[in-house]
Design a binder for this molecule. Structure first.
Ligand code: DP6
Length: 363
């Protein structure tokens, strides 16, 4: 039985009218990568990300009471249009949540969702969208059942529920730096939900930028779930899990001490490990493109010439995330425009920053 299964959460009598809830929830960028899972969406290793500011999904759920309590009744709209493909995925997700939110079977639901960032741009849309749905569901529970009264309880459950939709979404319910997964280094850490970091973050890392350079906006070549599966029989799996734990310890210490050299070493190591695991998997995937490597070379040259604290990370795709403190924004944007945009889809890059987390828009 899951931590939050609760058959008391059903309406004893019908409620009147149509209600609406709306949350904006951001995507996040992982510095220590979640790669490999087991059981019901549990991570093989702890991960650490920071939440973005401008790249978010806005999700509203409009709901009314339906007389027959029979499965999920959902209309789903993406960017203003009915979307059957996404709708089916969300319906399956909601169906799987019935043991946690049994009231879902008693509702007629209309979900409308839109993103502030383009699709296939290297911004994890599932993290933003699944966390925004999870937050809306927790708000419905809170408003009607008088539960989840403390902020800590509310967000912990939202993180747990978001995780069931997409692992990385568990981290998006909090702002700033967030970890997910058991680690001896992080008190109360769990594989079931994420936690905001409570260590004192050094000023060097308080205002980071994440500029995403879009080398290709083609659809993902390998889905996350397929990717995570590759870890199951991977010959380096145990070493990778050990490495992620060690990198987490080093990264926490760098975030506290302000050591940018150590931060760069770990973040770039994690990005290349993710891709080397994919390349050495069976079947093998090469998601890096020649221009990804061209950009990385330029970043490393620029760093050694200027000594500016800038590094890259990668998701499971070819697009490059440039990470640097906001105080160097102007110099770095100039470098991007002069030296890196030639390797990107025409004029295609996204400027984002570390953000404060989700926002409730309609309660
Ligand atoms: C490379 O969270 O998208 O972005 O749980 O199957 O939905 P599912 O996977 P997902 O995996 C993200 C992998 C990653 C690294 C990370 O965000 O930690």
């Amino acid at each position: 039985m899951s931590l939050y299964e609760n058959n008391k959460l059903t309406f004893k009598s019908p409620f009147k009218g149509i209600h609406k809830i709306c949350w904006q929830s951001p995507s996040n960028i992982a510095l220590i990568k979640y790669w490999g899972k087991y059981g019901n969406q549990l991570p093989r290793n702890p991960s650490l990300s920071f939440t973005l500011q401008n790249s978010y999904t806005e999700t509203s759920i409009t709901y009314s009471f339906k007389n027959e309590s029979n499965g999920i009744s959902l209309e789903f709209y993406f960017e203003g249009k009915e979307n059957i493909e996404f709708g089916n995925r969300v319906e399956k997700y909601l169906f799987s949540l019935i043991p946690i939110f049994p009231f879902l079977q008693q509702l007629q639901l209309r979900i409308e969702t839109k993103n502030t960032f383009p699709h296939s741009s290297g911004i994890a849309s599932s993290a933003a969208s699944m966390s925004s749905i999870a937050l809306c569901l927790c708000s419905i529970e809170k408003n009607h059942f008088n539960t989840l009264k403390s902020e800590a309880d509310f967000f912990s459950k939202a993180s747990f529920v978001a995780r069931l939709g997409s692992g990385s979404a568990s981290r998006s319910v909090y702002g700033g730096f967030v970890s997910w997964g058991e680690s001896d280094e992080i008190e109360n850490s769990s594989n079931e939900f994420a936690l905001p970091l409570t260590i004192q973050i050094h000023d060097n890392f308080k205002d980071l930028c994440d500029s995403v350079l879009i080398v290709s906006s083609d659809k993902k070549k390998v889905s996350s779930s397929t990717g995570h599966k590759l870890m199951e029989a991977h010959p380096f799996a145990d070493s990778r899990i050990k490495q992620a734990n060690e990198n987490l310890v080093k990264l926490l210490s760098a975030l506290e001490s302000g050591n940018f050299d150590s931060f760069i070493e770990i973040v770039e190591n994690e990005a290349f490990t993710l891709h080397s695991i994919m390349m050495s998997s069976n079947p093998s995937y090469t998601l890096l493109l020649p221009n990804t490597l061209n950009i990385i070379k330029k970043i490393r040259d620029f760093r050694s010439d200027t000594r500016l604290p800038i590094c890259f990370t990668l998701d499971a795709g070819p697009n490059v995330h440039l990470i640097f403190p906001r105080s160097f924004e102007n110099q770095i944007y100039e470098f991007v425009e002069k030296e890196l945009l030639v390797y990107c889809e025409p004029k295609f890059w996204i400027k984002d920053y570390i953000g404060k987390g989700p926002k409730l828009k309609i309660d």
